[in-house]
Design a protein. Structure first.
Length: 445
């Protein structure tokens, strides 16, 4: 049983008390006595209210249970049932328009909309949205709400309604025309949107910038990186159902350290991965067919997957150039050249062995090495540098050659590191925004 500490009338588990006082409060400027006194005050104030609400919930549940025992089966008189619910206080009358004026609330709650992750698992569309909540879809948000009228056969329903979908697209395009108008034409006529930093810069040659915008050093497109990758999948005797979790639910960082004794420099991480059946079939063994391949796919529910992601070498010869081939607008398309460095190959071989060892240690019947996917994280090509001749931008992503041109994606990376890049990109973008804001204040931009 846990030990407790008596604190302002509360019995606090000693481990929690120690955590708050030694790990949470130091550095916040908040006195420990003031914290516990304030917290105890809230508990003593709100606990009776909470108990009353729980008692009311129990009362309502009792009333509902009694009614349904007396009226088993489907509800035949919905008007009478609704009257019953109103009579016991389960349903309340529609209130007048209200406005909440709560003070001292973080803007993330009071003014900024956030993703709603609590969804019914039985609704596939909602569950899919929750799993991908870091990405948002204007189309999907419109389709599922009453912003789009349901009249004229445009109701949502359980299956996709093409008529409602057409209304969603028309509404979204009109919204984009109002919020983000194009210099020419309408979003209603757009067939795709495409922004490619390095290709854009290479295609921007002019009399003032003969090698392309920001490419006076000739370094745009060079030092392309995409991480050293591969995967290990394992078969188990019992069902694993690896597809039921998030795509990457955990990672092992033991090998991310720098240890040249392993036969390579840099490091890598092992990240659990779950793939849908179609993705799995396409990339488990590209081009494979026959009995051995179908046996693995038949064993899909008994599989577990691990993605290996490591630091690849930033080589000048790995680069993006412009092809002689042109797109439908007559613009040269990008040509990507990438060769594995011997260090990359040694790292991948080590990662394959370690990944297999992890699964074998927990009882895998068989492990499979899966080759790298065609593309992963596009990094480098507009790298930071202290000297203009060595790169494209400075530490703030600001072009050496064009001061009001900033680069904010992973192309500014000088090395790939043994980690997925999203949070680093976000951190650099925040620092860049602070730099731009300060420069505008001081008129230095």
């Amino acid at each position: 049983m846990s030990d407790f500490v008596n604190c302002h009338g509360l019995k606090v588990a000693s481990v929690l008390h120690h955590f708050i006082e030694h790990d949470v409060l130091p550095g916040t400027g908040l006195d420990t006595q003031a914290f516990w006194s304030g917290f105890a005050g809230l508990v003593h104030e709100l606990a009776p209210i909470n108990r009353a609400l729980l008692a009311e919930r129990d009362r309502l549940q009792g009333e509902l249970d009694t009614w349904h025992r007396a009226h088993p089966g489907p509800i035949t008189d919905m008007a009478a049932y609704r009257s019953f619910l109103s009579g016991i206080g389960y349903l309340q009358a529609q209130p007048e328009q209200v406005k909440v004026n709560t003070a001292n609330v973080d803007s993330e709650i009071s003014t900024q909309a956030g993703p709603q992750l609590v969804v019914p698992a039985a609704n596939a569309r909602y569950a899919l949205n929750a799993a991908n909540a870091r990405w948002g879809s204007l189309y999907d948000a419109l389709y599922g709400t009453d912003v789009i009228a349901s009249d004229g056969g445009a109701e949502a329903g359980r299956a996709y309604n093409p008529l409602r979908g057409a209304k969603v697209i028309a509404f979204a395009r009109a919204f984009l025309d109002r919020a983000f108008p194009l210099q020419k034409g309408s979003h209603a006529d757009a067939t795709r949107y495409q922004i490619e930093g390095r290709t854009l810069l290479l295609n921007s040659s002019s009399a003032m910038f003969p090698h392309g915008l920001g490419n006076g050093s000739g370094m745009v497109g060079k030092h392309y990186m995409r991480h050293t990758t591969g995967s290990v999948f394992a078969e188990f005797n019992d069902p694993v159902h690896f597809y039921r979790g998030t795509i990457m639910a955990g990672l092992i960082s033991d090998e991310s350290r720098f240890n040249p004794d392993r036969g390579f420099v840099g490091g890598y991480e092992m990240e659990t991965i779950s793939l849908g059946p179609s993705f799995m079939a396409a990339f488990f063994n590209p081009g494979a067919w026959g009995r051995d391949f179908t046996r693995v796919m038949d064993n899909y529910t008994h599989l577990a997957g691990m993605w290996l992601v490591g630091e690849d070498m930033p080589r000048e010869t790995n680069r993006i150039t412009l092809s002689d081939t042109k797109d439908h607008l007559g613009i040269p398309v990008a040509n990507v050249h990438y060769d594995d460095h011997p260090n990359d190959l040694a790292m991948r071989e080590h990662a394959f062995k370690q990944g297999s060892a992890v699964y074998e240690a927990v009882g895998a019947l068989k492990t499979h090495r899966v080759p790298p996917y065609p593309s992963t994280h596009n990094l480098g090509t507009c790298r930071m540098s202290l000297k203009e001749a060595d790169g494209v931008c400075n530490k703030h992503g600001q072009s050496h050659e064009v001061p009001n041109l900033f680069i904010s994606d992973g192309s500014q990376f000088t090395t790939s590191a043994a980690e997925n890049p999203t949070l680093t990109i976000v951190s650099l973008a925040i620092r860049q925004a602070d730099y731009i804001a300060e420069a505008l204040k001081t008129k230095a931009a």
